[in-house]
Ligand binder design. Structure first.
Ligand SMILES: [Zn+2]
Length: 259
């Protein structure tokens, strides 16, 4: 049977001398691995559409077992994601996270939309660090965590001062701070940002300008949840950390004068 799927390449690895096995995240059937015969040869018509981050329509022949990629038509070649080192680093992190969290064999429209919006946002020049943070928060339910962020996780209070509690899986109001000795106190702005990262679509908030410390603070919280819940440590996270220790690479030109 010949299938036509809209998909994004989240992983591409060599198989034999000239083939690739490509993992696609598709709109129609979720995550699926396909064989791309001859795709390693630069002259192959499959060479371009099987590169990581590629967004295309894919024609896949499948009866049973792994399908075979017949053809691909570009929707976007994601040029910036392929060539800009910082964009590549964060996009790599996002596709690896999707690959780790999403199982094959069923449609995952929410994860597909998050991936699609995130990669296109980075491609269009939005802050890749902020976009990766959005993805972290939005994919939390795939780790089994549904953080309680609309009210106090213990008593349901919606007013007052708040903190984040890892043990309670969400916000605590000041009346309930005693429940957890390891709470992280939040300013009203931090509280609002965390709610936004979790619940507002990426394309509506992608333009937000966030301070470095703000991003790092919010990232610390979400990374701790991932590591504690899943024991997950992503390869691409280490590369981002290396980039962050090399400020010249990640600093915007306008910041050069602010020393
Ligand atoms: Zn409370």
């Amino acid at each position: 049977m010949l299938n036509k799927w809209e998909g994004i390449v989240i992983k591409s690895r060599s198989y034999g001398e000239s083939n690739k096995i490509v993992t696609l995240m598709t709109r129609e059937v979720g995550k699926v691995a396909v064989m791309a015969r001859g795709a390693k040869k630069p002259t192959s018509r499959l060479a371009g559409v099987t590169q990581t981050f590629m967004h295309a329509m894919y024609m896949v022949q499948r009866t049973s077992g792994m399908g075979t990629l017949q053809q691909g038509e570009h929707i976007s070649s994601m040029r910036n994601l392929q060539t800009d080192i910082v964009s590549t680093a964060y996009a790599s992190y996002i596709v690896e996270l999707i690959d780790r969290l999403v199982e094959e064999g069923r449609p995952e429209p929410f994860a597909y939309d998050v991936l699609h919006q995130a990669l296109h946002a980075i491609e269009e020049g939005y802050d890749p660090e902020a976009i990766a943070l959005f993805v972290d928060w939005k994919l939390l339910p795939y780790t089994g965590v549904q953080p309680i962020l609309h009210a106090c996780a213990v008593c349901g209070e919606v007013a007052g001062e708040f903190a984040f509690s890892f043990s309670q899986g969400g916000f605590l109001c000041h009346r309930c701070f005693h429940v957890d000795p390891y709470i992280i106190r939040l300013s009203p702005r931090q509280l609002k940002l965390i709610r936004m990262f979790y619940s507002v679509p990426i394309d509506q908030v992608g333009k937000l300008e966030l301070k470095r410390e703000t991003k790092q603070f919010i990232k610390k919280i979400v990374t701790t949840i991932y590591e504690e819940q899943t024991g997950m440590r992503l390869k691409s996270r280490s590369f981002i950390e290396q980039l962050e220790r090399t400020p010249l690479l990640t600093r915007k030109p306008s910041e050069d004068h602010e020393v």
